[in-house]
Design a protein around this ligand. Structure first.
Ligand code: 13P
Ligand code: SF4
Length: 354
């Protein structure tokens, strides 16, 4: 059963209010100075940089050059818990900073900006989500990592795109019915893969929702040899055309593992930086969105991820600003479903959706 919950949730396209997010452009010497300053500050503050594949390429490079990491949301969560630094600097969106804080209460967690949200997180306000859970007490509550600490605190399980299919398959085998939030496209994909009985919240990612199946079909005619790589936050018509569906890490792996020399990629184009690093000889083609000037609000780049810059990273570190604070009662509840996910993932062969 797949029931889309049509409560009074706003369409996500109305929720995009990121203010001015145009990335700053730096001269070569400014960039060199900022990079050197950030390296020095990371050292002085006993801090490590944990970045997502969608952020600015220079921030990704800095993370790697300074002993931090560039990763998907699951690995970002894991990295912080295994690293000795007393401060985690999370370059991504707020739920990633919150996850780091929930798992590492003894550490200071700061972000370049606290305004970097996520349309999925925004689409599930805690009051409405709690009501939905209360109305369906017979269901196991499974939420995507792209949610607030309060929503995680209401859940039985947290999952990421790396382990969502495996965890829900596990719940289905145990005969459990699932309440899923907030990404309807990922929910439908998991439901199709596992056959689980899922009640699905009506949220979507503004970036992935913009990929279009008809224009993708046309593009594939131009590149018949290309493999199609799709993040499962994309609509079903796009997912249906994929050779590989998976987390950001899985898609990067696919570029190195598959023999194809051309790839059509349906996810945020920030990922191209890592893909080029690991497979510079391959041709990477952006999957089509509605296009600039049409209804596209993201055009394959997350406006909130784009808020992370060398400038605000520097000032966050200088002043130890933009700290993530979570009240202890919420944190203690939210850590339970996160720990369940991390220990599920430690079981061999449980991490990837295929
Ligand atoms: P991953 O966990 O696959 O990196 O996805 C996070 C995300 O926000 C994708 O839009
Ligand atoms: Fe959220 Fe989509 Fe941005 Fe990922 S790309 S952080 S799901 S809005």
């Amino acid at each position: 059963m797949s029931i889309l919950n049509n409560t009074s949730i706003q369409p996500v396209t109305n929720l995009l209010d990121t203010g001015s997010v145009a990335p700053p452009s730096y001269s070569k010497s400014e960039r060199t100075q900022l990079r050197a300053k950030i390296k020095q500050l990371l050292n002085e503050k006993d801090a490590v940089l944990v970045a997502h594949y969608y952020v600015d390429a220079e921030i990704q490079e800095l993370a790697e050059e300074t002993g931090g990491t560039v990763a998907d949301s699951l690995e970002m969560a894991r990295f912080g818990t295994n690293h000795p630094a007393s401060t985690l600097v999370v370059a991504g969106v707020r739920f990633m900073g919150e996850t780091a804080k929930i798992l590492n209460p003894e550490k200071t967690v700061i972000m370049p900006t606290l305004q970097a949200e996520c349309s999925l997180d925004i689409s599930a306000p805690i009051e409405e989500f709690s009501r939905f859970c209360d109305e369906n007490p017979d269901r196991t509550v499974v939420v995507y990592a792209n949610t607030s600490a309060a929503v995680k605190a209401r859940a039985d399980w947290v999952v990421t795109s790396s382990n969502a299919v495996a965890i829900i398959e596990h719940l289905r085998e145990k005969g459990e019915k699932v309440l899923w939030a907030p990404d309807k496209h990922l929910g439908e994909y998991i439901q199709q893969k596992t056959g689980a009985d899922m009640l699905i919240w009506d949220g979507a990612c503004v970036v992935h929702e913009a990929f279009k199946s008809d224009t993708l079909e046309n593009l594939r005619k131009h590149y018949p040899e290309a493999a199609v790589l799709v993040h499962p936050e994309s609509p079903m018509g796009v997912v249906a055309q994929a050779d590989v569906v998976g987390s950001t890490t899985r898609l990067i792996q696919a570029v190195t593992e598959l023999p194809n020399s051309q790839f059509i990629v349906a996810t945020d184009n920030g990922i191209f930086h890592k893909m080029k690093q690991v497979a510079g000889d391959k041709q990477l083609i952006e999957a089509p969105t509605a296009g600039v000037g049409a209804t596209c609000e993201s055009c394959a780049h997350c406006p909130w991820m784009a808020m992370n810059s060398l400038n605000n990273l520097t000032s966050a570190l200088e002043g130890m600003n933009n700290e993530i604070i979570i009240d202890e009662a919420t944190r203690k509840k939210a850590i339970q479903p996160l720990l369940k996910m991390l220990s599920f993932n430690e079981k061999p062969g449980k991490s990837q959706p295929h």
